[in-house]
Design a protein around this ligand. Structure first.
Ligand SMILES: Cc1cc2nc3c(=O)[nH]c(=O)nc-3n(C[C@H](O)[C@H](O)[C@H](O)COP(=O)(O)O)c2cc1C
Length: 182
């Protein structure tokens, strides 16, 4: 496969099927993540593969958050539960905190590169991903469930991994609007 094709293959999957993929492909992807560039060799990325028991706890908390100030219909609740439970794997990505703002910013850039490496590695094997952020990734309970110390690390997203429908193509900026030669 032409390497450049992988960039097009990687798309955000919104609906995952309830299908398992081999764990070794996830480990291979995490190894690709660990090869990302980082300034001053800070290696600020951390990943945790969430097991079934903890995923159920996250799904429960997700539903609680989504139900705040409103009553959700049964089918909506089922849909939300599937969102967390269907993907083959759920990896929580976190960043080691640094007191220095500039280092912290550069560390986030490095973590983003690592996550992109992970998603590209999986895309090359026809496996879908979704980098997701929101109230659930900021929630205190999520830190507790994933045993991530808020003082030391910041959760920067969930990476859902599995098989799912590829979304329609999106319009991207024309090359001339993002690139020039001066
Ligand atoms: C830091 C970050 C956080 C994201 N969080 C979400 C999210 O919470 N929900 C979501 O649907 N997509 C999320 N996305 C995915 C974007 O919506 C997606 O990349 C964008 O729509 C472009 O589609 P593509 O990834 O298929 O090219 C996130 C992407 C990044 C980089």
């Amino acid at each position: 496969m032409d390497f450049n094709q992988i960039f097009e293959l990687r798309r955000t999957i919104n609906e995952f099927e309830d299908k398992k993929i081999p764990n070794k492909l996830v480990i291979e992807a995490i190894k690709a993540g660990n090869l990302a560039p980082c300034h001053r060799l800070t290696f600020p990325w951390r990943f945790k593969n969430i097991g079934q028991e903890n995923r159920l706890k996250i799904a429960k908390r997700y539903l609680e958050i989504k139900s705040e100030n409103k009553i959700l219909r049964k089918n909506i609740k089922q849909k939300l539960r599937r969102k967390i439970m269907n993907p083959s794997h759920l990896v929580v990505a976190s960043q080691i905190k640094d007191k220095d703002t500039k280092t912290d910013l550069e560390n986030y850039a490095a973590c983003s590169c690592a996550i992109q490496n992970i998603m590209l590695s999986l895309a090359s094997k026809d496996i879908g991903t979704k980098w997701s952020t929101g109230k659930i990734t900021e929630d205190k309970k999520t830190y507790e469930i994933t045993k991530i110390d808020t003082k030391k690390e910041k959760i920067i997203g969930f990476i859902f991994i599995g098989i799912g429908k590829v979304p329609p193509k999106i319009k991207r900026p024309k090359l001339e609007t993002i690139y020039s030669e001066i």
